[in-house]
Ligand binder design. Structure first.
Ligand code: ADP
Ligand code: MG
Length: 451
């Protein structure tokens, strides 16, 4: 039975998923409609339990012809494993290979990621100007480049640079008020303030900043009230000579529905853009990462990974982390051959039907297809709808207007907005990324079985 299950799963799941999580597991016994699966470590168990148990159950049911309960346990003897169950591969990898040396620990602002410092930022032709400007701002805020507007595609280091400015200021001047917020956070704070009738303290809070770092400002598009409020915050800070740094995936004049007065404010300092890194820079980034973590990486491995991940540094790092986890789980030497199974081949796209996508999303979020096609603005429903639109964009060749039609005749700008929003959010949200990955696996599975 298990080999049949494996065979099926191999078809259904993406190769990295299969190689890392499924192949390492074994079926122990099947009795009383209950299948026990053994994994090599608690981490693999959690992972399967969290993301793949339904997929496995479906496959087993389709082979046996009746439903079974799946129990996932850890191999005997590993019970005393020092590895704490971890939520994500990122954390697993951090715990196992990427332990920061103690001396490096610095006192940091809770809102900033301690790794996003200048010393860890690799400078290349693609980001030289943004880096230099950020450093200048960190050294003398509120002077030359105010605001500093960093723009560039997803995963190219905007947040890293922005937070590096925060850390740097913090070190020099521990009492300065450095606020890092995403545009959404700012909006949420604003909404809360309105609801709780505490606008006064909202304003006092933001207008007391010495350095205000606002990430992903493109999401301010169309939010009139946020724009209004941010305009005043910006002016107050700017007039007082306080530094404002803004990050965006595009320049101000390309953010739709951005008030002209904001657009012109954003452009009055320096707009510094970040381009995708060239091969050498990508290799230097991997090299640096490895050095920090005390891992020796053969040059050909570095080159191999760097060649395969071109346009997003987060994905580049993710590939390295997956490779390290895989090597460790299997106890293999680090060679190009050994890591190829877990590196995704670019654009493994399976044509899926819109129905399969709607079904998967509806089931996963516990909403109905009618809801997805309807006009309800209830949060769970519109969230599910946005994810559905994103997945349909990923999994089909349908145009934006056609996708809008599949969702009951929505405008193509709505579809575009959803796709961009989800793309952006998934970059910084592991849970969302995993949900999407799992949904993609499900969609691939049902689309294949329909053929
Ligand atoms: P963005 O905000 O532009 O989407 P991030 O700043 O979150 O991108 O960067 C994504 C990941 O890539 C982070 O882990 C970051 O540390 C890393 N990174 C980006 N640029 C560099 C660089 N030049 N050197 C080292 N690491 C980088
Ligand atoms: Mg970012």
């Amino acid at each position: 039975l298990w080999s049949q299950v494996l065979e099926r799963l191999q078809l259904e799941l993406s190769r990295p998923t299969f190689e890392t999580w499924i192949k390492t597991a074994q079926a122990e016994r099947l009795e009383n409609n209950c299948l026990v699966i053994i994994t090599p470590n608690p981490f693999a168990r959690n992972w399967l339990q969290k993301y793949y148990i339904n997929t496995i159950a479906n496959v087993v049911q389709s082979i046996l012809g009746y439903p079974v309960d799946i129990y996932i346990t850890v191999a005997q003897g590993d019970e005393v494993s020092p590895i704490e169950p971890r939520e994500t591969i990122q954390e697993f990898a951090s715990a196992n290979f990427m332990s920061e040396s103690l001396t490096q620990k610095t006192q940091t602002n809770a809102d900033l990621n301690s790794k996003y410092v200048f010393s860890r930022f690799v400078v290349g032709a693609n980001n030289r100007m943004a880096h230099a400007a950020s450093l200048a701002v960190a050294e003398s805020p509120g002077r030359e480049f105010n605001p500093l507007f960093l723009c560039g595609g997803v995963g190219l280091g905007k947040t890293h640079l922005m937070q590096a400015i925060g850390h740097y200021r913090w070190e020099i001047c521990p009492n300065s008020k450095i606020f890092y917020v995403s545009c959404e956070q700012f909006t949420n704070d604003l909404i809360t303030a309105i609801r709780k009738d505490s606008m006064q303290s909202f304003r006092e809070h933001y207008r007391a900043a010495d350095v205000l770092l606002v990430d992903d400002i493109q999401f301010i598009e169309g939010k009139e009230y946020t724009q209004e409020e941010f305009f005043h915050t910006f002016n107050t800070l700017h007039e007082a000579g306080k530094q404002v740094v803004i990050a965006s995936d595009r320049p101000p004049n390309q953010i739709p529905q951005l008030q002209e007065r904001l657009s012109s404010r954003f452009s009055m300092g320096l707009i510094a853009d970040i381009q995708p890194p060239d091969l050498e820079t990508r290799m230097a980034i991997l090299q640096k990462k490895a050095e920090y973590e005390n891992i020796r990486l053969p040059r050909d491995v570095i080159e191999y990974i760097a060649t395969n991940y071109k346009s997003n540094i987060r994905e580049l790092e993710g590939a390295l982390i997956r490779a390290l986890a895989y090597i460790s789980i299997w106890g293999l030497p680090m060679t190009v051959e050994n890591i190829t199974p877990v590196l995704e081949t670019p654009s493994e796209k399976v044509a899926a039907t819109p129905e399969a996508i709607l079904n998967a999303v509806a089931a996963n979020f516990d909403v109905s297809i009618e809801d997805l096609k309807g006009n309800s603005r209830r949060r769970e429903i519109s969230w599910a709808r946005q994810i559905g639109m994103y997945l349909m964009r990923q999994h089909t060749d349908l145009s934006l207007p056609r996708i809008g039609e599949e969702f009951g005749g929505k405008d193509h700008t709505t579809v575009l907005y959803s796709c961009e929003k989800i793309t952006q959010l998934k970059e910084s949200d592991r849970n969302l990324e995993n949900t999407l990955r799992q949904l993609s696996d499900q969609i691939n599975m049902s689309s294949r079985s329909q053929k």
